[in-house]
Design a protein around this ligand. Structure first.
Ligand code: OGA
Ligand code: NI
Length: 333
């Protein structure tokens, strides 16, 4: 195979033909939320309203001044980079196994003729801590387990703080939202997107929505590639250096009784540069009900989604391939 040739299973026709809104105004319009301002009594109310409006209008925002120690991020980023650079044989030790989502490989592949994403992925369950399966935790580079652990705690802290503000914005008691996230269940997808000379013929990560409550995404190097669907067109997110990209997942859309939006997104690849990201997903706990919060149903006069147990919810989500908002639509009542 010549260097320029791309295996058939990676060539996409429909997705790559879709329109991308290149206007600079659009991509810089993704709201930026200042974590410091949320915490500061004087500015909190205003910033919280901004957070709420970002979750309603965009389902996405970038979080700056989050206070995560820079070395926690750089250690994690360096180890992740080193890991993905290792020879395939070494990474394959952690290959996904049938019936298990964890490990190294491609996610959401449900059939042999399905198109593939131009990416290497690695999925791990991070929290609660006793649900970790160390069999999948790389111990090379030697500091990787530790750097993942540190990163995981920082992400969990930020998200539980954000959820309090989310509750305030929705007008519910913080505890009533937080109790569904008890134990701070958390998982992570690290993704390595190799460069592709014919970048416009492939897709890095298929259009999808996240099934989580909130996702905290770290773009680990300075190559852009995340796009979100806004008014029918793809809009590129220009990740602010050092910021987290936060997005509303299906679960939070449902809990909010439709106030907040879980927005479809995807990743494209670069012709000459590799890209790397880590998405940390924050889920409700195993015995939680995924359904609109009762206070909101009361306020709104109706529940816009049916309520199902979290385990059922997740099984249904992962049984479907990454397929836009279909899973969520099926839960609308
Ligand atoms: C994800 C995701 C986007 C990116 O892993 O769910 O949306 O930029 N990643 O890699
Ligand atoms: Ni995603």
């Amino acid at each position: 195979m010549s260097e320029e040739e791309i295996p058939e299973r990676y060539i996409r026709f429909e997705e790559t033909a879709e329109e991308v809104n290149g206007s600079h105004d659009m991509s810089s319009a993704i709201p930026i939320i200042d974590f410091n301002k949320l915490l500061d009594l004087e500015s909190s109310k205003k910033e919280c309203a901004k957070l709420g409006s970002a979750c309603r209008q965009w389902g996405f925002f970038q979080l700056i001044n989050h206070g995560v120690p820079p070395e926690v991020i750089s250690n994690f980023r360096n180890d992740m980079t080193e890991f993905f650079k290792k020879p395939l044989e070494e990474k394959k030790v952690y290959s996904m196994e049938p019936g298990n989502l964890e490990g190294y490989g491609q996610h959401f592949v449900v059939s042999e003729n399905q198109k593939l994403d131009w990416a290497d992925m690695f999925y791990l369950v991070l929290r609660p801590k006793d649900s970790r399966n160390l069999r999948f935790w790389p111990n090379n580079p030697p500091s990787f387990r530790e750097s993942i652990d540190m990163y995981s705690s920082e992400a969990a802290k930020i998200v539980s703080c954000l959820l309090r503000f989310v509750a305030t914005d929705m007008g519910v008691e913080p505890e009533s939202l937080l109790e569904r996230f008890q134990g701070q269940p958390q998982s992570m997808r690290m993704t390595y997107y190799p460069p592709c000379k014919q970048a416009d013929k492939v897709v890095g990560l298929s259009p999808h929505v996240d099934c989580a409550g909130l996702t905290l995404l770290l773009q680990a190097n300075d190559v852009q590639g995340l796009q979100i669907r806004k008014d029918g067109k793809w809009v590129t997110v220009n990740a602010v250096d050092g910021a987290f990209i936060v997005n509303v997942g299906d679960i939070l859309e449902i809990l909010s009784n439709g106030r907040y939006k879980s927005i479809e997104h995807r990743a494209v690849v670069h012709p000459t540069k590799e890209r790397m990201s880590a998405a940390v997903f924050h889920h409700t706990c195993k015995d939680a009900t995924v359904g609109p919060l009762p206070e909101l149903v009361k306020k709104d006069g109706e529940a816009l989604y049916s309520s199902i147990g979290y385990m059922d919810f997740i099984t249904r989500f992962f049984a479907a391939k990454l397929d836009g908002r279909n899973h969520l639509e099926s839960l609308k009542s």
